[in-house]
Design a protein around this ligand. Structure first.
Ligand code: 8YV
Length: 317
């Protein structure tokens, strides 16, 4: 008999094909009254495939008393209460490693786009202003900058490698010192003051909420650039918008926002920001690798109860 697998969001045909031989796929999005469904059928669900950032907290876990595994499509799992899940013996898995290159590339792309005013210069050509108004204004170089990485995990270290190509001095802030050859700052504001660019790669969640606050932005300063490819919650968005408006922050490249898919209206007309719709890992190739790892975790668990990439909170299960 196939195992029931509850899908919190949409999955593509590749994932459907890989899973449908072993699992009975139940899509929460296709159910008219999810709360009623969970009340009636919650005990029949041993496995969940989490997509789309739907919050999985204690109330969700209460509704599924026989849940054993949550396989999350993505590396960040701040929308899932993994500690509560682990306490109930539920394994949470995620997709580390396979998206490091893509997300690091997105960070570099945003930094170059902000520094060299890629979007406004493209618009300058398309609008015909190059021909009528002449040469576009000069921009600032990305070469030889001091770049601060906030969160030197897997993606952060991949990014640090990329930055060597720009002769960057890489420094970092993290909870603990790592055995790497980059300067460590325990004080984020102090690091921001020393940097030309600050790139956030730290996980989201309550521990890092508004880590980039007014004082960090002011320390980064009027020539400084903020890049955020982690979670919108990491940056105090109101403070960032204010700093950009006041000329206290030089520019920002943002792939993530506090209230996605809503973006502060004040950012829309700013020339010194580049805005992306949370596409850090969004290529066919990388999403397929993430999809495969999400499926592999489920299939392995169904086979012998083990998983490939449990989150650290569940590593002992
Ligand atoms: C995806 C991400 O947008 O992996 C993550 O943590 O934020 C992204 O790669 C997301 O997981 C896909 O829904």
């Amino acid at each position: 008999m196939k195992t029931n697998l509850l899908l919190t969001g949409k999955i593509d045909t590749h994932m459907t094909e890989r899973l449908s031989g072993s699992f009975n796929l139940i899509s929460l999005e296709d159910i008219a009254d999810p709360t009623r469904y969970m009340d009636a059928h919650g005990p029949e669900i041993p496995a969940v495939l989490a997509t789309g950032g739907r919050a999985i907290r204690s109330d969700f876990l209460d509704a599924l008393p026989n849940l054993k595994i949550i396989s999350s499509y993505g590396v960040g799992y701040d929308s899932i209460d993994a500690t509560a899940a682990a306490a109930r013996g539920i394994i949470v898995t995620h997709t580390p490693g396979v998206l490091n290159d893509e997300v690091a590339n997105t960070a570099i792309m945003l930094w170059l786009a902000v520094s060299r005013r890629l979007i406004t210069n493209d618009a300058y050509v398309r609008s015909g202003r190059w021909a009528t108004e002449g040469k576009a204004p000069l921009t600032h170089t990305v070469q030889g900058r001091t770049v601060g990485i906030v969160g030197l995990g897997r993606i952060g270290q991949t990014l640090a490698g990329r930055l060597q190509a720009f002769d960057a001095t890489v420094v970092y802030h993290a909870r603990h010192v790592k055995s790497v050859g980059y300067r460590y700052y325990s004080d984020l504001t102090e690091m921001a003051a020393a940097c030309d660019v600050l790139i956030c790669v730290v996980p989201g969640g309550p521990d890092t909420r508004h880590l980039i606050d007014r004082s960090v932005l002011q320390a980064l300063g009027a020539r400084g650039i903020l890049i955020n490819i982690s979670r919108g919650s990491v940056v105090d968005e109101t403070a960032m918008v204010h700093a950009l408006q006041a000329g206290e922050l030089g520019g920002a490249g943002l792939d993530v926002f506090e209230n996605e898919p809503h973006v502060p209206a004040d950012l829309i007309n700013m020339d010194n920001v580049v805005l992306l719709p949370h596409i850090g890992s969004g290529t066919h190739e990388t999403r397929q690798a993430m999809a495969d790892l999400t499926c592999d975790n489920l299939l392995r668990w169904q086979q012998d109860g083990s998983t490939l990439t449990p989150v650290p909170e569940c590593g002992h299960l």
